[in-house]
Design a protein around this ligand. Structure first.
Ligand SMILES: [Zn+2]
Length: 253
């Protein structure tokens, strides 16, 4: 299995977590980026077999920064991409209009989103999108700016099922987290994603699947894969293989 999105660097003991994941049948994962301090912690995990990295400025990080800090963060992101360890994707980037985020940060979020889309195109890196309660706005920005040739994924998709075709038209892959074990709307959305565009993720240590406790574990990925298999009426083995194959294709791994 392949965990298309987690934060291994934020798990209590990343090395133990990766060992447990490997013994649970997970042979690859994308560790997603949030902010410069996190990129540093991620870089220290690059030697773990199966670990791929994405660096990016998360909308929450952008919301907590002032304009000057965002500009510096974007320059630091370019330096990180130059310096390595090599990135397999750029992200998380996107827009978040949920109650958790200061609404006055939206303009800043949007500028950082556009700047990172341009950077992803320049570097030909697939993008890892974090879009919450901002689907219409994010779609219009993506249409204006354009995606990198390598495409990308919508992570922990909370896309309303009826809006999914618009995301699929852009060529994006759609990644589901533990929410697909909990919420009928997420299952309805997952049912509309063709098998060759589906990804499975834990988002660990966040978003524990139904029947598990916080903090979430990378080794819980099987529960997400199982829920997706049920939704698509295929075997767990087939869903595990398809989602892993899709992730490796997007990430060029
Ligand atoms: Zn995340």
């Amino acid at each position: 299995m392949f965990d298309a999105h987690n934060h291994l660097d934020r798990c209590e003991d990343p090395h133990e977590e990766a060992t447990l994941a490997a013994s649970s049948g997970i042979d690859g994962m994308l560790v997603a980026g949030v902010d410069p301090a996190g990129w540093e912690a991620q870089a220290r995990l690059s030697h773990i077999p199966g670990v791929l990295l994405a660096y990016g400025l998360h909308p929450w990080a952008v919301a907590a920064m002032d304009d000057a800090a965002v500009e510096e963060g974007l320059r630091a992101l370019e330096r990180r991409l130059d310096r390595g360890p090599a990135a397999s994707a750029l992200g998380e980037l996107g827009l978040d209009r949920s109650g958790a985020v200061d609404p006055t940060s939206l303009d800043r979020q949007e500028r950082a989103f556009r700047a990172q889309l341009r950077l992803a195109r320049e570097r030909d890196l697939p993008v890892v999108l974090h879009i919450v309660r901002a689907h219409g706005r994010a779609l219009s920005i993506l249409r204006q700016e354009g995606l990198p040739r390598a495409g990308g994924m919508v992570h922990s998709a909370s896309t309303p099922p009826e809006e999914l075709p618009r995301w699929l038209e852009l060529g994006l892959h759609i990644s589901f987290s533990g929410s697909v074990t909990r919420h009928p709307r997420a299952r309805e959305a997952a049912a509309r994603v063709p098998l060759d565009r589906l990804l499975a993720e834990t988002d660990a240590p966040d978003q524990p699947p139904l029947g598990t406790e916080a903090p979430n574990r990378v080794s819980n990925l099987g529960r997400v894969v199982q829920a997706l298999a049920e939704v698509h009426a295929v075997s767990v083995e087939e869903m595990a293989a398809r989602t892993a194959e899709n992730a490796r294709r997007v990430l060029g791994a």
